[in-house]
Design a protein around this ligand. Structure first.
Ligand SMILES: Cc1cc2nc3c(=O)[nH]c(=O)nc-3n(C[C@H](O)[C@H](O)[C@H](O)COP(=O)(O)OP(=O)(O)OC[C@H]3O[C@@H](n4cnc5c(N)ncnc54)[C@H](O)[C@@H]3O)c2cc1C
Length: 476
């Protein structure tokens, strides 16, 4: 339902009744100029910008911590990052926010480039690039046979980008590309088996290539290319990225109220009233909602949002990613002579060495990452079984690893109630209509968060969205 005068009045009447009912209890309603829902980086940045303009602001957060999808495990070797890893030199907002928050950034580009390149394990055996190119099991078209499976989708997309200007990726003029990425890959000559191996086994967006729009993939590819063009550096916060949202929260004048999942938002004549699951209530003239859509769909909003916005809240999916963090008692890769990092077509999928130590050679742990359907398969097994099977799979592929791996932590983003996945992605048919609807202001509610941006992704997008909502509110 869109917010017009008639349904606004209906909505206010409903709110009046609810308030009367609440008035019978002992809950008082705390009042602010603005309330920010969610203490992830977008919510915290929005709160800071509003405070700087003199508004009284409170941040309400469901979890017992700030940071949302920024999460460093500071009690494990190398403080592995379960969420946000690093920002490129093109992250103008990210770099500035870190500087304003007073956290120290370190250049970490070597994490991705140091040492031997990622090894390929196909059908149980290690293959060099040359061996892979001529392997009878390689299902790629002749011209692409020397690409590793994990390189192929983005290489093909980069070379044959269907959308000339990626910044216009969700423009309805590009609607002909709002088909599945599987259809795009098939047009490039990839067989079903080639798509399964190169994308479906380990997708960045979607459960598989049929589940994501080519427009979304073009957006991601364009943004990444743009970042690469900005320079080779990569930055992370010394001691763990979680220090950034922690410092941002500590720098706020107003309260950051933790452990209070929001259950309902009511638009009222004077702004909005927020009710948390524990019955506590807060009121403000303006509301900033940074909740990921997968969490927002469990919040009752009255009067309801526009038809398209409601559709987005209900239907936009979030990327399943699950992570097994392992440490090695000894560097088994020195024994078998292959790279510590590996990609396999089996259960352990992506093994990414973590080089978070004092020297760039040091491997502080192994991050094993499952994406898409494989992540959901891991989650179904449960943390303990999934970890045991990951270790067994690596040991099977690399006998030198036997007895040397320790399973330290399991994290499922799809299993996190207040995230619902790692990031939002658009499926075929969604990309021309939903991205813009998501960010529309609804009465006193402004929406921010990575999912509301169409020009920057990740943390940079989240920060850009906070600036947009602050402007929306301050210029009203
Ligand atoms: C594995 C992984 C790797 C990543 N790597 C990178 C990277 O290298 N570079 C990059 O730029 N980005 C990366 N990202 C993405 C980046 O972390 C996110 O885009 C960004 O942190 C999102 O910030 P946000 O404020 O939009 O959302 P969030 O961080 O999700 O914040 C939303 C907040 O709302 C809270 N919330 C939810 N429901 C409720 C409720 N009912 N009531 C109250 N509060 C609620 C949540 O708890 C959360 O704190 C990665 C993410 C993941 C998962």
């Amino acid at each position: 339902m869109s917010l017009n005068r008639r349904n606004f009045m209906l909505g206010t009447a409903g709110v009046g009744l609810t308030l009367l009912a609440a008035g019978c209890g002992s809950q008082t309603v705390k009042k602010y100029d603005a309330i920010v829902l969610g203490a992830g980086i977008s919510g915290l940045h929005a709160a800071r910008l509003l405070e700087q303009s003199g508004l009284t602001v409170a941040v309400i957060e469901a979890r017992d911590r700030v940071g949302g999808r920024i999460l460093s495990l500071t009690d494990l070797p190398g403080h592995p990052e379960m969420g946000f890893n690093s920002m490129g030199s093109g992250y103008g907002r990210g770099l500035d926010t870190a500087s304003q928050a007073g956290v120290e950034l370190v250049e970490v580009g070597h994490r991705y480039t140091y040492g031997q390149p990622t090894g390929l394990y196909f059908q149980g055996k290690h293959l060099s690039r040359e061996e892979w190119a001529t392997d009878p099991g390689n299902p790629f078209p002749d011209a692409l046979k020397s690409l590793m499976p994990f390189e192929l989708p983005f290489a093909v997309l980069g070379q044959n980008s269907p959308i000339a200007d990626w910044t216009k990726w969700c423009d309805p003029a590009n609607a002909e590309f709002d088909n599945s990425f599987a259809a795009f890959l098939a047009q490039q000559g990839l067989s079903e088996e080639a798509i399964r191996l190169s994308y479906d086994h380990s997708p960045y967006h979607g459960r598989n290539a049929r589940d994501v729009s080519t427009m979304m993939m073009s957006y991601n590819s364009g943004f990444v290319q743009n970042q690469i063009a900005a320079g080779p550096e990569s930055f992370a916060v010394r001691g763990g990225n979680i220090k950034l949202p922690e410092a941002m929260a500590a720098g706020l004048k107003g309260e950051v109220i933790l452990g209070k999942p929001v259950a309902a938002i009511e638009q009222s004549a004077g702004g909005a009233i927020v009710t948390c699951r524990d019955g506590s209530r807060f009121q403000a003239e303006k509301l900033v909602c940074s909740l990921p859509l997968a969490a927002l769909r469990h919040v009752d909003i009255s009067p309801g949002l526009s038809e398209l916005q409601s559709k987005a809240v209900k239907e936009v999916n979030y990327q399943p990613i699950s992570i097994a963090f392992l440490t090695a008692k000894a560097p088994f890769w020195e024994e078998d002579g292959f790279a510590p990092g590996m990609w396999s077509d089996g259960f352990s999928s992506n093994v990414i060495p973590q080089r978070y130590g004092a020297t760039k050679e040091e491997v502080t742990g192994l991050m094993v990452q499952a994406r898409g359907n494989l992540a959901l398969e891991w989650d179904k097994l449960g943390a303990e079984t999934a970890l045991a099977r990951v270790v067994a799979d690596i040991e099977n592929l690399r006998p030198a690893a036997k007895g040397k791996l320790e399973a330290r932590h399991y994290h499922s983003w799809a299993g996190e109630e207040f995230s619902g996945g790692a990031w939002a992605y658009y499926g075929p048919g969604q990309a021309t209509v939903l991205p813009r609807a998501i960010a529309e202001q609804a009465g006193p509610i402004s929406f921010c968060g990575e999912h509301t941006e169409t020009l920057s992704r990740g943390v940079e997008g989240a920060l850009a969205s906070a600036e947009r909502v602050a402007l929306e509110i301050l210029s009203a």
